[in-house]
Design a protein around this ligand. Sequence first.
Ligand code: CA
Length: 221
Amino acid sequence: MRILLVEDDIGIAEPMTEGLRRLGYDVTWVKTGREAIAADPHDLVLLDLGLPDFDGEMVTARIRETSQVPIIVVTARSDEIDRVALLDLGADDYLVKPFGFRELTARIRAVMRRVSDRPSPPEAEVIVGRLSIDGRTRTVKFDGADVILTPKEYDLLSYLASDAGAVLSRDEILRAVWDEHWWGSTKTLDVHIASLRRKFGDPDLILTVRGVGYQLAEPAS
Ligand code: CA
């Protein structure tokens, strides 16, 4: 997961960057609002309010013009009005300095969870062979017949279908479908795959690639 850290204070930014990288986040650190607005898309933005060029309200508003990326504002101010205004502008959460690293990571996880629960923008129907997946309704048809999936089964199937024919590693799948920091049993994945195979009645729909992961069979053309 890629995090954009916008913070002009080295004393805060360095330990934050280091700590987040240790947890496996891919962190880009910039020091100004200008760089934040110009940055490539990230999965989450940590935004300090007191920047040398623009204020955080403006940066938030500018980012929101083009992106729904989750934004956690980091503020030294404790003014209630500011926080409300920020949330109104489109920030997803805020942290008041000083904060502990654990609080930071808990907020990141909470925001990412909320975002993944948001209804996603309508996606076109994805068709892979006999399978059709409608992202707008989260429904799946196989040979034209509805197949009822649990939310996780649906997420897993649509992730595999997003790159049909490619071998996706177990790690990749667990990170994408479960959680960036999944420490649970990897058996969970196998159980869901088995369940998908059962529901579709076609063991060859999802292939096991021994020692690597899984592959949604690309239809023969
Ligand atoms: Ca600052």
